[in-house]
Design a protein around this ligand. Structure first.
Ligand code: COA
Length: 182
């Protein structure tokens, strides 16, 4: 495992009303980039609802109880306290169902386009692993598209051990990594 240093000024937060404007600004930047560069929507939990209806968005951000084959989850945002700026988000699935075990994993994450390649994904996963610990997830599965070098490296930086790769119905190759989180 590559030695990772702990970043000052960033921490994980749960979304609340005080971050409404900052959230909307981040999502706008992110969606524009997704359209222009045809990039993926990860973590899906922050894109599944329209944030312009903030109260609904906040209320439905996390799934408290299992429903329609979905497992309970938690979503955290990475906050730069110095700049009061949201940098990205991470979604933690509390346990694995069949589909998560195969391709989805426990953790889905993303860093907003303007803040990429500064080490934030690596730090956000490190912080997310501490949240996983609180949920008693002591073996964490994280997956990434084989072509997603940034994601792959941020997983390996956090001690991810490659187990296998699987092919999705769409033909993408997904790499599966486990992190010992005891
Ligand atoms: C993948 C993603 C989360 C990486 O975030 P990031 O903050 O840029 O990652 P980091 O800065 O921690 O970079 C980790 C490593 O990957 C490298 N890296 C990051 N993006 C890269 C890219 N596009 N190409 C090559 N290397 C890249 C960094 O240089 C760094 O290398 P190092 O460990 O050798 O220093 C970000 O690009 C993103 O949000 N993409 C869209 C959503 C997504 O794909 N999420 C992952 C879902 S599986």
């Amino acid at each position: 495992m590559k030695g990772i240093y702990v970043m000052e000024n960033v921490r994980l937060i749960k979304l609340s009303k005080e971050y409404k404007d900052e959230l909307i600004e981040m999502i706008e930047e992110w969606k524009k980039d997704q359209i222009e560069n045809n990039t993926n929507q990860s973590p899906w939990s922050i894109f599944k609802n329209d944030c312009s209806d903030f109260d609904y968005y906040l209320e439905n951000l996390e799934l408290k109880n299992p429903r329609d084959g979905l497992v309970p989850d938690s979503t955290f945002f990475l906050l730069d306290e110095k700049r009061n700026r949201l940098l990205g988000a991470v979604n933690i699935r509390h346990y694995l169902n069949e589909s998560l075990l195969r391709t989805g994993g426990h953790i889905g994450d993303g860093i907003r386009p303007s803040e990429r390649r500064k080490g934030y994904a690596t730090e956000m996963i490190r912080l997310a692993l501490l949240e996983c610990k609180k949920l008693n997830i002591d073996k964490v599965l994280i997956t990434c598209d084989k072509t997603n070098i940034g994601s792959k490296k941020s997983i390996i930086n956090n001690g991810g051990i490659f187990e296998s790769e699987v092919q999705t119905e769409e033909g993408n190759i997904i790499e599966r990594y486990w992190i010992d989180n005891k």
